[in-house]
Design a protein around this ligand. Structure first.
Ligand SMILES: [Mg+2]
Length: 294
């Protein structure tokens, strides 16, 4: 769900004419003009229903985690196996203990009730306060297949690192509590939960945190629902994002497992960014224009 914040920050950047500004500070509502933009582009009804109600989504998730388990077994048996992105590993993996790197939101935690409440209330503008309130409830459920997979990994001696763009420190305690209550493997000191702005590896993108982990572990798998869960530099055009996927073609389904998320993600902000100034006044027009007709 933090990707919604990233999308929002992209819109903020569009408004400001600067592509690299961070999202709003915790506890603040977005400027009114940006709320209107987000609201107008917030057609999430079908996507949210699909994730909450469809048997197809459940089946896709169960299949993804079944694949992840198969690949984890292969990785454990192959000492040469390392899932780190090209260029992010700073020390050799040989001899290091095994770990996996996973995103949290819409990878193993289900935040669809947050989206559903916004839709029901016809109040779809995003605010960090509303998001923080949802996180503070600590009531996100586990997504289908997730709990069994991560517990299996931990039983095999694989350290599970939750690398999430939820904010440190504002969302740290609630996130750890939520994961623990569901039964996900979390260290007593919470050290395997690494949020954005974690002092051990501060940075907006996840690459710095992945590198920090890779100094201590051989990385067997990565799991996420967003391209940024696997690579840095994904805030580029839709075409360039496809190039990034193609360049890493052999990773998908082997070392990197992408979970489906049709509701939100950096794919959406890429479309709006490509649209330029018009994204501010009519984001849905931008999306219709992006449709491929043949
Ligand atoms: Mg996610």
């Amino acid at each position: 769900m933090r990707i919604r914040l990233l999308a929002t920050s992209t819109l903020l950047a569009l408004v400001a004419g600067c592509a690299s500004q961070p999202s709003s500070a915790p506890g603040t509502l977005l400027p009114e003009s940006v709320q209107a933009i987000v609201s107008a582009s917030d057609n999430k009804l079908d996507a949210t229903l699909w994730m909450q109600q469809s048997a197809e989504y459940e089946a896709a998730m169960l299949g993804s985690f079944a694949l992840a388990r198969q690949q984890l077994d292969l990785a454990l048996a192959d000492p040469q196996w390392d899932a780190m992105p090209t260029g992010e590993r700073k020390v050799p993996a040989k001899g290091l203990p095994p770990a996996l790197i996973t995103d949290a939101d819409e990878t193993l935690l289900d935040n669809s009730p947050f989206q559903a409440r916004s839709i029901r209330a016809q109040n779809t503008e995003f605010s960090y306060d509303a998001w923080l309130s949802w996180v503070s409830e600590r009531r996100a459920r586990a997504l289908p297949g997730a709990l069994a997979f991560y517990r299996y990994a931990a039983e095999q001696g694989v350290t599970v690192y939750y690398v999430t763009n939820r904010d440190d420190p504002a969302e740290r305690a609630a996130t750890i509590d939520n994961l623990r209550a569901l039964g996900f493997p979390v260290a007593d000191d919470g050290s395997n939960v690494i949020l954005r702005n974690d002092p051990r590896a501060p940075g907006r993108e996840k690459g710095v945190r992945r590198s920090w982990i890779s100094e201590r572990h051989r990385v067997l798998l990565m799991l996420g629902d967003n391209l940024g869960d696997f690579l840095d530099g994904v805030a580029v055009s839709p075409l360039a994002r496809h190039t990034l996927v193609e360049r890493n073609r052999t990773r998908w389904g082997t070392q990197w497992i992408m979970l489906p998320n049709p509701a939100y993600g950096s794919w959406e902000s890429a479309i709006l960014r490509e649209c330029g100034e018009r994204a501010k006044s009519d984001p849905n027009r931008c999306k219709r224009d992006a449709l491929r007709l043949q």
